[in-house]
Design a protein around this ligand. Structure first.
Ligand SMILES: [Cu+2]
Length: 149
């Protein structure tokens, strides 16, 4: 083999490795898949909300029972809802069930992760870590990108 052909072969292998490595912003453990995690900007010490989608391709329901982060003093599951008089508020929720074969999207106006006392300025382009605990899947770690909104 000529050295030129060898060089081409090496380039192809490197491209392949990069392509395979690039498919992973999804975080998975034992059945659930967490995708699209993001968090709203906030100044250090402030509060904000984080969102993501959890898919459960498995054959039994799983339940998100806890959330934590090294990047804020507290993290908890909240649900925003609007009552009959049109007042919008949010309340702590203990758990979010992810149905077998289904998915749940945490989004504005619904479920979210409430963070208080963030330990650094969250600016667009930055990120924080989230540690999610599921009844079945156990601990799933993901990275939430700071996005405007
Ligand atoms: Cu909240």
């Amino acid at each position: 083999m000529s050295s030129r052909r060898a060089a081409v072969l090496v380039s192809v292998l490197i491209a392949l490795v990069l392509a395979l490595g690039a498919c992973g912003s999804a975080s998975s453990s034992g059945g659930v898949i967490v995708t699209g995690a993001w968090v709203r900007p906030a100044p250090a010490g402030g509060e904000t909300a984080a969102y993501f989608t959890v898919s459960n391709p498995g054959s039994r329901d799983d339940v998100l029972v806890g959330v934590s982060t090294p990047d804020a003093q507290t993290a908890g599951l909240h649900k925003t809802s609007t009552d009959a008089s049109g007042m919008t508020g949010m309340a702590h929720t203990d758990s979010i069930t992810i149905p077998a074969g289904g998915s749940v999207e945490l989004k504005a106006g619904g479920y979210h992760v409430m963070l208080t006392g963030v330990t650094k300025d969250l600016v667009v382009g930055g990120s924080i870590g989230l540690v999610l605990t599921f009844e079945q899947a156990g601990v799933v770690r993901t990275t939430a990108e700071v996005k405007g909104g």
